[in-house]
Ligand binder design. Structure first.
Ligand SMILES: [Mg+2]
Length: 381
C-alpha cells in the first residue's frame, strides 16, 4: 500500500456546490430545496426523509433529473453510479435512488481493511471492496455489464467517510470531531464543574448499539443526555440500570423527566440550553440541539487541512480529515467524461454550514474548506 500526500483541495473544487446535506436543500442555489419542491416531486409533505427511506431516493432522483437538464440539455440520464462506504445505509440509498430513477446502476461500497487480502465482491448490482484502490476494478466490472460512464451518467458520491475521511483509513477524525463537538458544548455549559472523564464514559457507554432504543441513535439526543448526566442530575449507573430495567424507555420520557428537574439545577446556563432543546423536540426537529451541531461544525472544519504539509502520514490519517485520493481521481475522471456529479451527505446542515455570524468571520461550508488529499494513484480508463 503506497498512500501518499497529493496537494490540497476542497470538495467544491470538483463538485462546486453540487452538494446536498441532510435537509435536502442543495447548496447549489440553481436547484430547489425539498421545502419548495415537495409537491412537484410528488411527496405528501415537506418532512425530510432519512437516507434509507424510499422518499429520499425520490427527492435525489428528481434533483438529478433537474440538474441534468441544466448541465446537458437534451441528454437524458441513462444510468447511475454510486460510491459509498456503508453496506446497509448506502446500499439501501442506492437501491431506492435506482428505483426512483428507473435506470440501470452500479454501486461501489468500500471499507478499507489492510489486514485482509484485497478483495472486491460483486453482489448483484453492487460491489463490496476492502480497498479504495479497487475503483478501477469496479469501473471495469460495471462496464462489462453495459456501464457507459459518459455524459448520460449520474455519478452520486457519498461525502462522509467516502470523499472525505475514507472508511477504514481516515474515518476516526470524523467521529473524533463529533465527540469534541459534544464535549465542547457540555464543558461550555458546565464550566469549571466539567469532568471530562465522566463525560467520555457517559458518551462511550450510551453511544453503544444496545442503547439505540433509548437514544434512537440520534446524536443530538445523545449529546443532550450526556449534558444532563455530566451536570450530575442523574448518575450514569442509575440511568443505565433504568434503561436496562425498562423504567426509562426512550428519549421523550427522559426529556420530560429533565423538564421537571432542570429548573432546580445549580448550573447557570443549563436551563437556557435545556429550554432551547426542549422547544425544538416539541417541534419534532430531528436535530434539536443546535449549540452542539454548531460546535460539531467548528470541530469538523478545524480538522480539515489542520496539519502542515510535512506532517507524518500516520499522524495525518489519525487526526486530520483528508480527501480520499482514489475517490478524487474517479470523480475527476467522471467529470472529464461529462458525467453529472453530485455529493450526498447525511450530516445535518447545522454541522456542515457556518451560521451567518461564523460566515461573516470567514468560515466556509465543510465542502468549501480545503484539506490534504491522501491515497494511492489509480489508473482509470
Ligand atoms: Mg458515508
Amino acid at each position: 500500500m503506497t498512500y501518499a500526500l497529493h496537494s490540497r483541495a476542497a470538495v467544491s473544487d470538483l463538485f462546486g456546490d453540487r452538494v446536498i446535506y441532510r435537509n435536502l436543500a442543495p447548496c447549489d442555489s440553481c436547484l430547489p430545496s425539498l421545502r419548495d419542491a415537495w409537491r412537484e416531486i410528488g411527496l405528501g409533505s415537506s418532512r425530510i426523509p432519512r437516507k434509507a427511506e424510499p422518499a429520499y431516493g425520490q427527492v435525489v432522483a428528481w434533483l438529478l433529473q433537474r440538474a441534468q437538464q441544466m448541465n446537458a440539455p437534451g441528454v437524458p440520464l441513462r444510468e447511475m453510479v454510486y460510491l459509498g462506504d456503508t453496506k446497509l445505509l448506502d446500499g439501501t440509498a442506492f437501491a431506492n435512488l435506482k428505483q426512483a430513477l428507473r435506470l440501470p446502476g452500479w454501486a461501489f461500497i468500500a471499507s478499507e481493511n489492510l489486514t485482509a487480502p484485497s478483495q472486491m465482491t460483486p453482489e448483484g448490482d453492487r460491489a463490496l471492496a476492502n480497498r479504495w484502490n479497487a475503483l478501477p476494478e469496479f469501473v471495469a466490472w460495471a462496464r462489462s455489464q453495459g456501464g457507459r460512464f459518459d455524459e448520460s451518467t449520474a455519478f452520486v458520491v457519498d461525502l462522509d467517510k467516502t470523499v472525505i475521511g475514507a472508511r477504514g483509513r481516515n474515518d476516526k477524525p470524523i467521529d473524533q470531531a463529533r465527540i469534541e463537538g459534544v464535549e465542547r458544548t457540555v464543558s461550555e455549559v458546565l464550566g469549571a464543574a466539567f469532568n471530562r472523564d465522566a463525560f467520555l464514559e457517559a458518551y462511550r457507554t450510551l453511544n453503544q448499539p444496545t442503547f439505540h432504543p433509548f437514544t434512537a441513535d440520534n446524536q443530538d439526543y445523545l449529546a443532550y443526555i450526556c449534558l444532563i448526566v455530566s451536570a450530575g442530575l442523574m448518575r450514569l449507573p442509575e440511568l443505565v440500570s433504568e434503561v436496562e430495567g425498562g423504567q426509562m424507555k426512550d428519549f421523550a420520557q427522559f426529556i420530560r423527566w429533565a423538564e421537571m428537574v432542570v429548573p432546580f439545577a445549580q448550573q447557570d446556563g443549563l436551563l437556557e440550553i435545556h429550554q432551547a432543546v426542549y422547544a425544538r423536540v416539541q417541534l419534532d426537529d430531528p436535530t434539536p440541539f443546535k449549540t452542539f451541531r454548531r460546535n460539531e461544525y467548528l470541530c469538523t472544519v478545524a480538522r480539515l487541512g489542520r496539519l502542515p504539509d510535512d506532517a507524518p502520514l500516520a499522524e495525518r490519517l489519525a487526526t486530520e480529515i483528508c480527501i480520499t485520493y482514489e475517490v478524487w481521481q474517479a470523480v475527476a475522471w467522471m467529470q472529464e467524461r461529462g458525467a453529472l456529479l453530485l455529493a450526498l451527505s447525511d450530516k445535518p446542515d447545522e454541522a456542515s454550514l457556518p451560521t451567518e455570524e461564523l460566515a461573516a468571520q470567514g468560515h466556509q461550508p465543510l465542502h468549501r474548506t480545503p484539506t490534504h488529499i491522501v491515497g494511492e494513484e489509480v489508473r482509470l480508463s
